[in-house]
Design a protein around this ligand. Structure first.
Ligand SMILES: [Zn+2]
Length: 480
């Protein structure tokens, strides 16, 4: 493999910077629906992507045919695109350098999930399905397991030579209850395909699907029978960890992608209200809010040794005590906020995609105490968790989220369940109202494997973590 990559580099000699990246992605997905195996899909995609930089302008080309001739042609195309782009622009743009690195990164895996027989995976999902099916009010049952192995070899003109092997393991299940014309669902451990970590099969065993299936079935029925909020109100809102991480992903992660903030990128998730001239000044949230982007976090879905530009994994502060102090950055964007080194957040979803600024593991540092401590001080409020849907404007400012789970909080305790609850907010105002944040014992790591960005689109694995938190005076209503 190295031979092909070095041939590519050789062809990029005229460029100011060149890199070549081999990527092979092996995937397996198993899906069960209503007691029947819906699909087992397995795929392998591989190829080489080449990037040339001339005067700061980037040219990219890729080939899925790992043959010397094809690699040479891809390199020539990448170089030609970079030159043409530089000529069209008529000026030089910054592209930051990085020290030379050599090494290997591998996800620590207990059991390689690809060595576990498919029958065992199907069997687990079927057993869950049997438990969910015990009540005929459950009208739809789905379960799935997802495994991915990503192998990368990277070389660049700075002399770096990097090998990485990353495993992603995840899954979950959902029960849909239909009671008196009302449909509601509950999932474990979360909706949107469950939870995903950089781990092996042991993570599936840790999640212990069977243990929670009875509870999930009963709660689906309970929420289908639950009342909606009669009227919109402004109240104390407590969010569980899964909804917290969606809130972080949408209202902190995306707006702090530096390419978005400086106007390079607007596809999919829009631009950003968090303008770079406000760096170090913008009050993003309350002093309890400390958010980092950390590509070194053990088991995080956004963890690696080096990003897809050969920049070392880093932990970067984004929000410190509520103030905006950093962005997610890459070699061609970090200069915009005065940095002389990329933050190491340029990632590509495959060999045939250009690296772009992506979230790594963007998480909220824990506070103190427990969720029970927080609840015990609330006379009247609403608790919500497990994201169902979201909507946020193009500048990542006005948002609304609904969740699978909601309860009224009365006199310090969770009281009656509520159905179809939604909350609304404006990013800095909402985060500014966070007045309590639970401690590290209740901090939970989640993986979101399908963050979309770019054109052509790239689906990326991002990691997030949070503890439960409480917010004052949030507008809460009903979706129906
Ligand atoms: Zn996203």
């Amino acid at each position: 493999m190295e031979k092909y990559l070095h041939v590519a580099l050789e062809k990029l000699k005229e460029a100011d910077y060149g890199e070549a990246r081999f990527v092979r992605i092996t995937s397996q997905d198993v899906t069960v629906r209503n007691g029947r195996l819906e699909s087992v899909s397995e795929s392998v995609e591989e190829g080489i992507g080449v990037r040339a930089v001339v005067g700061g302008s980037i040219g990219f080309a890729a080939t899925n045919r790992v043959l010397i001739d094809e690699v040479v042609k891809a390199s020539e195309r990448a170089l030609a695109y970079a030159k043409a782009s530089y000529k069209a622009l008529g000026k030089t743009k910054p592209f930051l350098s990085e020290p030379r690195h050599e090494g290997e990164y591998r996800t620590e895996v207990g059991v390689d999930p690809f060595t576990v027989p498919v029958d065992r995976k199907i069997d687990l999902l079927m057993k869950v399905d049997e438990i969910l099916a015990k009540d005929p009010k459950i009208v739809l049952r789905t379960g799935s397991l997802h495994f991915r192995k990503i192998e990368k070899v990277f070389v660049n003109s700075e002399g770096s030579f990097l090998k990485q092997t990353i495993y992603m393991t995840g899954g979950g299940y959902t029960a849909y209850a239909f009671v008196d014309g009302v449909l509601a669902h509950r999932s474990y451990p979360a909706p949107h395909g469950g939870n995903h970590l950089q781990a092996g099969w042991e993570f599936i065993e840790e999640m212990d699907f069977l243990r929670y299936a009875d509870q999930i079935r009963e709660e689906a029925i309970m929420f289908a029978k639950a009342d909606t909020l009669k009227e919109e109100m402004e109240t104390t809102l407590v969010l569980g960890t899964h909804q917290m991480i969606l809130q972080i992903h949408e209202s902190v992660g995306h707006p702090l992608e530096l390419d978005r903030a400086i106007g390079y990128e607007a596809s999919y998730a829009g631009t950003s209200f968090a303008r770079i001239e406000n760096l170090g000044k913008l009050r993003y949230g309350s002093p309890l809010m400390n958010i980092v982007a950390d590509a070194t976090l053990k088991r995080g879905l956004g963890t690696f040794g080096w990003d897809d530009e050969g920049v070392e994994a880093q932990r970067v502060d984004l929000i410190r005590e509520g103030i905006l102090v950093g962005y997610l950055s890459s070699r061609d964007s970090a200069w915009a906020i005065g940095l002389n080194r990329s933050g190491g957040m340029a990632r590509a979803s495959g060999f045939n995609r250009m690296p772009m600024v992506r979230m790594t593991n963007v998480y909220l540092l824990p506070g103190e105490g427990t969720l029970d401590d927080i609840l015990s001080e609330i006379k009247d409020g609403v608790y919500m968790d497990l994201n169902k849907s979201w909507s946020i404007d193009q500048r990542r400012l006005n948002f609304q989220f609904s969740t699978e789970v909601a309860y009224r909080i009365r006199n310090g305790k969770l009281a009656e369940p509520l159905r179809n609850v939604i909350y609304y907010g404006i990013t800095p105002e909402f985060w500014g109202s966070m007045y309590a944040l639970a401690g590290k014992d209740e901090w939970k790591l989640w993986g979101l494997p399908h963050c979309g960005k770019g054109e052509p689109g790239q689906s990326m694995d991002t990691g997030h973590g949070a503890s439960p938190a409480a917010f004052r005076k949030v507008r809460v209503g009903s979706t129906a």
